[in-house]
Ligand binder design. Sequence first.
Ligand SMILES: *[C@@H]1O[C@H](CO)[C@@H](O)[C@H](O)[C@H]1NC(C)=O
Ligand SMILES: *[C@@H]1O[C@H](CO)[C@@H](O)[C@H](O)[C@H]1NC(C)=O
Ligand SMILES: *[C@@H]1O[C@H](CO)[C@@H](O)[C@H](O)[C@H]1NC(C)=O
Ligand SMILES: *[C@@H]1O[C@H](CO)[C@@H](O)[C@H](O)[C@H]1NC(C)=O
Ligand SMILES: *[C@@H]1O[C@H](CO)[C@@H](O)[C@H](O)[C@H]1NC(C)=O
Ligand SMILES: *[C@@H]1O[C@H](CO)[C@@H](O)[C@H](O)[C@H]1NC(C)=O
Length: 674
Amino acid sequence: MDASTRSLLLLTILFNIHFSLAQDENQFIYNGFHGANLHLDGIAKIHPNGLLQLTNISKQQIGHAFYKIPISFNKSSSSSIPFPSFSTNFVFAMVPELPDISGHGIAFTISPSMSFEHAVATQYLGLFNITNNGRPTNHMLAIELDTVVNPEFEDIDDNHVGMDVNSLQSVQSASATYFSAEEGKNISLKLISGDPMQLWIDYDAAQKILNVTIAPVRRTKPNRPLLSTPIDLSQILLENMYIGFSASTGAIASEHYVLGWSFNKTGPAQSLEISKLPRLPPHKKSRQKPSNIIIISPIAATVVLVMVIGAVYTIRRKKYEELREDWETEYGPQRFSYKNLYIATKGFKETELLGAGGFGKVYRGTLPTSDVQVAVKRVSHDSKQGMKEFVAEIASMRRLRHRNLVQLLGYCRRKGELLLVYDYMPSGSLDKFLFSNEKPALSWFHRFQVLKGVASALLYLHEEWEQVVLHRDVKASNVLLDADFNGRLGDFGLARLYDHGTHLQTTHVVGTVGYLAPELTKTGKASTRTDVFAFGALMLEVACGKRPIVLQGLLEEVILVDLVMDCWKRGAILDASDPKLDGNYSAEEMELVLKLGLFCSQSMPAMRPSMRQVMQYLDGSASLPEIQTDKIVCTSTFTASNEASDLVIPFSSSSGKCSAHSFSSNESILHKGR
Ligand SMILES: *[C@@H]1O[C@H](CO)[C@@H](O)[C@H](O)[C@H]1NC(C)=O
Ligand SMILES: *[C@@H]1O[C@H](CO)[C@@H](O)[C@H](O)[C@H]1NC(C)=O
Ligand SMILES: *[C@@H]1O[C@H](CO)[C@@H](O)[C@H](O)[C@H]1NC(C)=O
Ligand SMILES: *[C@@H]1O[C@H](CO)[C@@H](O)[C@H](O)[C@H]1NC(C)=O
Ligand SMILES: *[C@@H]1O[C@H](CO)[C@@H](O)[C@H](O)[C@H]1NC(C)=O
Ligand SMILES: *[C@@H]1O[C@H](CO)[C@@H](O)[C@H](O)[C@H]1NC(C)=O
């Protein structure tokens, strides 16, 4: 044996002792990722015990972990070596921040590159962004474990496995289930149960079939795959490809873990050794039952104690009493216990009060079981009528996910009271930044960002979700700012409560004076165009730093729309800008926002742009049409009337089509009082 052979042998032995990793780049097995040949980025990390954590519960984050050596998929047709089959399996676990509500998922990925510089978190899973999603030039295959429904990608549910080719719109997907041969049926799995599960991906290059199979970690591989799709990967992948994992979080987050991974290009991937896999960190269980105290002591003392405990328990029971009905069982996981909300908000203490709005008071809180910060809104509501529908709506609103919406987490119900639990927004509401001196004035950069964010949230509600959702109360105090000063729209759909509730008979106009479109005060019917109207008022507020109706002196009111219109007519629209900005803004953007604000404030609904158009104007992908000021009819004098019916809006019915000219200039869109 010569020296070089000996050192090679030694090296091999050392390798085999230290790493359970085969040196052939086309195959490896990692029972835990100690010393694994992985490239990590984003918030991914490897724990000391070898556990790979792709994401923690930080919001809007990405984690990637890729095998550093590219795998060669020789696709040269002249090649004697055919396009290879491959086989891989891994064990993963998803631990949501709160029970039953998660974000967003893990994707096993075969990609031409390990760098995902422009990729976005949330529904893009850290793989794509809005522009490159769906492009054939991506050359990417991903098997997604997706825990959020994204209608724009036609997701089937919030618990599915999908096969993605260059796009997050899966070529095939199925709810997470596995076939149990013993029982002869499919058994459902809950991806976000926190329990480890195993996924197998097998590609047969001769048959051009890709199979995906899932099962709980301790089961052997089911003999029927969950997904089995004919697909020619040689047409999709490139010569040298990187394999690995991508995971992302959104407004709500889950911890995403991979415990072990095996890959093979020359045969079936070896099974992982389950007993050798690293353990998951212990998790606080969120659904704790009240503990039953058992005290062993002399009989007499016991009797006394039992009585005392009984009494205390009764008092506590009363204190934390909730209203619960049979129909609510299906919403179980979305229900928070009153006790936890009580503890979270320190008993709804005044010091925890964040604000009080039209619908009730809002408190800050920290959930005792998970340390998650939340905002709890207490809405007094006596009506039993319509509660069922409303709770059903809460359940569906909870599925809304957008980075510019304040996430609704769940609810609780007591006698005469409804509690809604939201994601906590540390920076507070936009009106505080615009109108009060308690917060620093917001820079134009942030203001413009906030408007774009709110516009994209409204567009999502109006056009991008599975059904049209009207906000019905867009205003500065309903726009909250997160830690990075992104605008997030809150309180959506709450107005519906009053539709279902006691105000059923009377057409009760919900909304806020100054943001109410004229047709809304007249007919009480909200539409996407009434939301656009309110967004117009918001844009003007943000640009001018003034409320829609500015009180001057005791009785005189200045209507913001008029003020901006006057400036425009004088050819000096920028004069309307917020003096607090001190001229520090982009004149182009300011002009855009002011004019667009007026366009949205037009009296005639049909003249207002849609949210999609508003978004296009704001992000510069379309430019505002040149319109003369006399063609725009917004509003003018303020009618101090309390009666919505007083506001008669003349329609030029002769043409059948609405035209801006058909308005006299003194109709009012404003409606004082409720
Ligand atoms: C998540 O991980 C990142 C990077 O390691 C860290 O900065 C952040 O604080 C973590 N977040 C939480 C909630 O632990
Ligand atoms: C791919 O096949 C071609 C033609 O047989 C060969 O020249 C080339 O070396 C192969 N590439 C790899 C990475 O195996
Ligand atoms: C999307 O990613 C591509 C790179 O893949 C980048 O060129 C593009 O600018 C990104 N688009 C957005 C909107 O971030
Ligand atoms: C894929 O699944 C089908 C259907 O069960 C099976 O016939 C085939 O052998 C599987 N192929 C691979 C590569 O696992
Ligand atoms: C089980 O699930 C597979 C894959 O989704 C489906 O094709 C099959 O019909 C299901 N079988 C039963 C017995 O439900
Ligand atoms: C890859 O497949 C070959 C052939 O079946 C087998 O000998 C080898 O152990 C496998 N390696 C891994 C890491 O799965």
